[in-house]
Design a protein around this ligand. Structure first.
Ligand code: ADP
Length: 386
C-alpha cells in the first residue's frame, strides 16, 4: 500500500518508522529538499499548486496530511478523481478556519467558550463589554503557536487586525479562567472504529506548548476523563473525521471547554511513541488506511514529554553537520543525564521559538519523569523550560 503525506514537517517524519514496520510505502510532498521528512521518498513542490498535488497523488492509494493548509479546491479535485483523501476535505475545512470551526462545533453541541464573529470596532467593543472587559481575539486563518491570538481590553487593541480582516471578521472569545489546558487524542478509522488515548495535560508558555503530562492515575477525575472522550467522540463522528484528532480543551473545575481541533497527529500526542502500545503516528496510518486500530493503552504509569524549543545549532540542523566532536559532546551530555530518556530530533535548524525536537521520559512517577525530561531538553538547548 502507498500512502502519500502532504507536507514534509516533523509529523510526516515521525510517520516514517511506523510505515516501515507496517510495510507501507510512505511518500511525502515536501516544501523543500532538506525537509524534516526527507528520509522518506520525497517529492518537492508547492502544496498550493493543483498540478503539483495531482501529479504527486497519481499512484498513491491514500492521501493524508502533515498540516491542514492544502486549499479546499485541491482536496475536492483529488476526491473527484477517486482518491481516498483522509481526513476528508469537509472535515479539514474546520481546521483551516477558526470561525468555521466554532460555527460547526456549536451545531454539534460541543461546549465552547463564549464567542462571536466581529467585523468592526463597535461589535468588538460590545463583545468585550459583554464578557467582562477583557477578551481574546483570534485571526481565523493561518495562526499557530499563539501567533494570531491577542488579549484585548478594547477594540483599539485589535484595530490593525480588524482593518485587514475585511468582511470575514475576527473570532472574539471570552478569556477563559482555566485551571489548566488539556488535550484528548483519538483515532478514527475509515471503518468507524475509534480508540482514545488518555486525556493529557498540556503546559504552554507564550502560546507554545512546552510540556505534556500523561498518567495512568490521579491526573484527572473519572468524570473529567469520561467527559473528554465523550466530547471528542461527538466531534469526530459529527464532522466525519478520519485519522488522528486532537481536541484541545480548557479545564475549569470539572468542566471542559473546547479550544481547538487538530486533524492529524499532534504535539500533545508525541508522548505516545514511547509511552503507549500504539503511537499516534502508527495509529494515524492504520486509521487512514482502514486497518484495525492498535491498543492505545499506556505502557508506563507516568509519561512526560518536553518540547525542545530553540535548540543548540550543533545538534539541530537540516543540512550537513558542522563539527562532529562538538555535536557528539552536546548530544552525549544530554543522553548521559537520563538513560531512560528518548530524544527525538526533527532535522530542523535551531531557531528561537521554533520546535526542533522533543524528549520523552516514562517512569512510575510524574514529577520524576518531568524532572528527567526537562533536564535532557535543557541540555539540548530548550528555551522556556527553566
Ligand atoms: P494557536 O492556533 O496559535 O495554537 P490557540 O487558539 O490554541 O492558538 O491559542 C493559543 C493559546 O492562547 C492557548 O493555548 C491558550 O493558552 C490561550 N487561549 C486561547 N484562547 C483562549 C481563551 N478563550 N481563553 C483563555 N486563553 C486562551
Amino acid at each position: 500500500m502507498k500512502i502519500g503525506v502532504i507536507g514534509g514537517g516533523q509529523l510526516a517524519r515521525m510517520m516514517i518508522p511506523a510505515s516501515i514496520n507496517l510495510g507501507i510505502e510512505l511518500q511525502v510532498l515536501a516544501e523543500a529538499e532538506n525537509s524534516s521528512a526527507h528520509l522518506a521518498a520525497t517529492s518537492v513542490g508547492d502544496y498550493r499548486d493543483m498540478g503539483t498535488v495531482l501529479a504527486f497523488a497519481e499512484n498513491l492509494d491514500v492521501i493524508t496530511f502533515d498540516h491542514e493548509h492544502v486549499p479546499q479546491e485541491i482536496l475536492e479535485a483529488l476526491t473527484a478523481r477517486g482518491k481516498s483523501v483522509q481526513p476528508p476535505a469537509s472535515a479539514l475545512a474546520l481546521a483551516q478556519d477558526k470561525l468555521w470551526m466554532r460555527e460547526s462545533l456549536s451545531k454539534i453541541g460541543a461546549p465552547l467558550p463564549k464567542w462571536a464573529r466581529v467585523s468592526d470596532v463597535a461589535e468588538l467593543d460590545s463583545f468585550i463589554q459583554a464578557v467582562g472587559g477583557k477578551a481574546i481575539v483570534k485571526t481565523p486563518i493561518g495562526g499557530y503557536d499563539g501567533k494570531g491570538v491577542r488579549v484585548v481590553g478594547s477594540a483599539s487593541d485589535a484595530s490593525d487586525w480588524l482593518s485587514s480582516s475585511g468582511s470575514t471578521g475576527l473570532l472574539a472569545e471570552e478569556l477563559v479562567p482555566f485551571d489548566r489546558e488539556v488535550s484528548q487524542l483519538l483515532a478514527r478509522s475509515t471503518t468507524g472504529e475509534i480508540k482514545f488515548w488518555p486525556l493529557v495535560e498540556t503546559v504552554q508558555r507564550e502560546g507554545i506548548c512546552t510540556l505534556v503530562r500523561a498518567s495512568q492515575q490521579g491526573l484527572f477525575s473519572e468524570g473529567v476523563q469520561n467527559r473528554a472522550t465523550e466530547i471528542a467522540q461527538e466531534i469526530a463522528e459529527g464532522i466525519g473525521l478520519t485519522g488522528v484528532l486532537a481536541v484541545e480543551m480548557f479545564q475549569v473545575g470539572e468542566e471542559l471547554l473546547v479550544n481547538e481541533l487538530a486533524m492529524r497527529p499532534h504535539n500533545s500526542g508525541h508522548w505516545t511513541i514511547d509511552g503507549s502500545v500504539t503511537s499516534q503516528f502508527e495509529q494515524h496510518l492504520r486509521a487512514v488506511a482502514g486497518l484495525p486500530l492498535g491498543s492505545a493503552e499506556m505502557t508506563s504509569s507516568a509519561v512526560v514529554m518536553a518540547n525542545i524549543i530553540g535548540g543548540k545549532s550543533e545538534v539541530f540542523y537540516s543540512g550537513n553537520t558542522g563539527d562532529v566532536e562538538t555535536e557528539k559532546q552536546i548530544l552525549g551530555g544530554a543522553l548521559a543525564k537520563a538513560p531512560d530518556a528518548k530524544i527525538h530530533i526533527y532535522g530542523k535548524d535551531a531557531r528561537k521559538a521554533r520546535k526542533v525536537g522533543h524528549v520523552t521520559v516514562a517512569t512510575e512517577s510524574l514529577p520524576e519523569s518531568e524532572r528527567r525530561a526537562v533536564a535532557v531538553a535543557v541540555a539540548l538547548g530548550a528555551e522556556n523550560l527553566s
